[in-house]
Design a binder for this molecule. Sequence first.
Ligand SMILES: *Cc1c(COP(=O)(O)O)cnc(C)c1O
Length: 458
Amino acid sequence: MNTVTKNQEVNKAYGEVNEYINKVLGLIEKSQVSAEEAQWITKETVDGFREHVNPGFLEYRKTVTVDTQFAAVEWSDEGSCFTDVNGKKYIDCLGGFGIYNVGHRHPKVVKAVQDQLQRQALHSQDLLDPLRAMLAKILADITPGDLKYSFFTNSGTESVEAALKLAKMYSDRTTFISTTRSFHGKSLGSLSGTAKGMFRKPFLPLIPGFRHVPFGDIDMMRKTFETCALVGEDVAAVLLEPIQGEGGIILPPENYLKEVRALCDEYDAILIFDEVQTGMGRTGEMFASELYDVVPDILCLAKAFGGGVMPAGAVVAKEKVFSSFFDNPFMHTTTFGGNPLACAAAIATINVLIEEQLPNRAKELGEYFLAGLKKAAEKHGDKVLEIRGQGLMIGIEFHQDEIGYALSKGMFDEGILVAGTLVNSKTIRIEPPLTISAEEVDQVISTFEKVLNELNHQ
Ligand SMILES: *Cc1c(COP(=O)(O)O)cnc(C)c1O
């Protein structure tokens, strides 16, 4: 067979799929779609999820949305909102699990990424890439204490993996202490730290050496350190979220984090703060570490780090810890981590956080939001157990899962996206962009009150 006929056959075989691809590429070009196109997109999306992604997602959406809303298909986003293919706008109070701290597609972040894209998208892997160096310096400047060296990743779970490997390499120990209700990601290493039994059980045994203690219980933490020392399984590191996100927005008891820091020092263990969700201004400071005045040895970042535009994460460590990677920088690597587009996005994100004083905005607006939600729930003690939070990381805990689902449904129907937390489904989270306006906050509060009232009458 000569090459010409061979190519013709290949083209013939791919004809149909390529026609489909061209149709999709045509749609990607469009900022708005017609009603007819919206209908086609919705059908293709639902069918694609059912046949090729995972039909379970459709079932899940049926439990958290009213009627046909389960098939809401997103198309565009801007500011504090996203819009579905039919043009319906939603206020985003889920914030992509906390990725949209600077808002959806902040113009500065988009511009930095576009400018970088015009010149170079990914790095050679061999020459020295400038933005990685500059971002690492910026991080050393804005992170607390003497955190100094950065390793870049593409996601939260990868940041935790890097932190665990760094802790092992530095300490030559293999025991880790994590906490109940924690969430650190779902790859096999980080999942060892994650607490929820349902997510872990099918994959046991995970990496050996992990022990879990109740979050907030310093006595248990101390006893675990003592026991580990007695049995010759010295602790390499404690892995903690300063404020637990997926566990249901759980704040640490007074002085807890300081006492954990002291225990780590006493036993020469490393303290790893997983600030994948609490970092980048969410809690009212740039990092929750600052809120509690505790400097970890390793800080994990991701989610909002890429400004809601690029996937990006980092671990930032003290020199004494990170230097265990100096001799051979290839001990832990990733092809895409710290790529120029991600670095450009992260640098612009930090710029926006600083210039728009978003940590401070999260603090002030968070207090206002929390007070408003509490007031709205005053007469609903039969449904709402507790509303708590720090900055714009707010959790609403219900007496039962079902009330949480019903409330999420009602809010979504009214154009506000809220969602449960992964480890604790009785609690829904409010994690809007830190750029959300006071008017939008008022709208969320009044809708929350309205939906709560309506639940009474069902
Ligand atoms: C979301 C999250 C992770 C995992 O991040 P992925 O990017 O989904 O891997 C890890 N730790 C915390 C605290 C998180 O909230």
